[in-house]
Design a protein around this ligand. Structure first.
Ligand code: PMP
Length: 401
């Protein structure tokens, strides 16, 4: 039956991590995967997550029964509040709903499956150029026939190509689906300013495009949960939208697969209809979602003291990343590395889009045992006080040779 099945290529990111693990070089560095590391280069379980885990383990009223198809209600309602805000008109008017998903990936996929069914797979889907590689795979696999790019990153300025973006949004057929990164754009670290978001919303609404936000880094971009939700909240005052939420990064719950798809509609009736259809799709895909991560997030978000502690934990992570930006920038200044490196300080969130080309990015691996993707992206969380100098010297050599 399977003789004709060709071998699929390995996933780039997971392959990089495997190569890194297999490497025995003492100074090896993994700046490929977007996962937080502490200053010793180790994964970090947030102290507030440890606390919530203990509360859950010791709560003998909890059992391992199935969750409802749409997930743990105390989690999904808190997730929606977190992204839409405590005074959200859509939530207060019962026009917004959420369904629990298999982390952010599952939320994007569930939203894509819904749109494929109710908007049709002929609808054009626009992704930022560049974007998280899985976006294209998800929309293709959901059946969309026309998955294209909109201009986003301007290599010369290492900033946003707003003109190009607006041009592409205007040129797309009315009612296209546009995937937007809510904050901390992956891979570029370049976000629109609030004023630019307003202009983007103007064009999107004039063209009746559908805003599908992907929010994998709330609290991780600025360290301020509300500030990181600015774009989503602004759009929600003007239009219907989807927002795929991941708790992998901001709670460090990577393998617990904790996420939600929050939907803002125009009426409570529409919200309930959409929710019922999302549940129907979810039933056929996963039946019902896993509980542990959702219980952790719910425990923290629904308790004022734990919430405050989580905010501090977030600041620890975003603060260390910010410190690594400064250290890397300073080290390159000291070395006199050719070129401007200001973008290391300016870019937002977990990643820096260094500007290295594919050959240079690869040479970082072969020559210096530094593992990064070919697009020149590095995860700042992979840098530590003890490897940042080595990283800077390696980068310096690559740029000069
Ligand atoms: N979207 C973007 C842009 C991401 O960077 C990520 C994480 N790499 C995700 C979604 C989803 O991650 P997860 O499924 O682990 O929540």
């Amino acid at each position: 039956h399977f003789d004709a099945v060709p071998l699929a290529p390995p996933d780039v990111i997971f392959h990089l991590t495997a190569s890194y693990k297999a490497d025995t070089h003492a100074q090896k560095v993994n700046v490929g995967v977007g996962a937080y590391r502490d200053d010793n280069g180790h994964p970090w379980v947030l102290p507030v997550v440890r606390k919530a885990e203990q509360l859950i383990v010791n709560n003998h009223a909890l059992d391992h029964e199935y969750l409802p198809i749409e997930g743990l209600a105390s989690f999904t309602s808190a997730a929606s509040r977190l992204i839409l805000g405590k005074d959200s008109p859509a939530l207060n008017e019962n026009r917004a709903i959420a369904v629990q998903t298999i982390s952010g990936t599952g939320a994007v996929r569930l939203g894509a499956d819904f749109l494929a069914r109710f908007r049709g797979t002929q609808t054009k889907v626009l992704l930022s150029n560049p974007t998280w590689a899985n976006h294209k795979a998800i929309f293709n696999d959901a059946g969309f026939k026309d998955v294209a790019d909109y201009a986003y990153y301007h290599p010369a300025t290492r900033g946003l190509d707003l003109e190009g973006m607006l041009r592409d949004l205007r040129a797309a057929p009315e009612g296209s689906i546009v995937v937007l990164h809510a904050c901390a754009h992956n891979p570029t670290g370049v976000d629109p300013t609030p004023a630019q978001w307003n202009t983007i919303a103007d064009v999107m609404i004039a063209k009746k495009h559908f805003a599908f936000f992907d929010c994998a880094y709330q609290g991780f971009a600025s360290g301020d949960l509300d500030r990181d939700a600015t774009a989503v909240r602004y759009f929600a005052t003007r239009t219907e939208l989807f927002v795929a939420q991941s708790f992998a990064k901001n709670f460090g719950l990577y393998n617990e697969r904790t996420g939600a798809l929050t939907v803002v509609t125009k009426s409570p009736e529409t919200a309930q209809a959409v929710k019922s259809q999302l549940a129907k799709l979810s039933r056929a895909a996963i039946s019902n979602p896993p509980a542990f991560g959702a219980r952790i997030v719910s425990t923290v978000l629904n308790d004022a003291a734990l919430y405050a502690e989580w905010v501090e934990n977030l600041k620890t992570m975003s603060g260390r990343i910010q410190l690594m930006r400064t250290k890397l920038f300073d080290a390159l200044q000291k070395l006199g590395t050719p070129g401007s490196w200001q973008h290391i300080l300016d870019q937002i969130g977990m990643f820096t889009f260094t500007g290295l080309n594919a050959a240079q990015s690869q040479a970082m691996g072969t020559k210096f045992h530094i593992y990064m993707t070919n697009n020149g992206r590095i995860s700042m969380a992979g840098l530590t006080s003890s490897n940042v100098e080595y990283f800077a010297k390696s980068l310096d050599w690559i740029v000069r040779n």
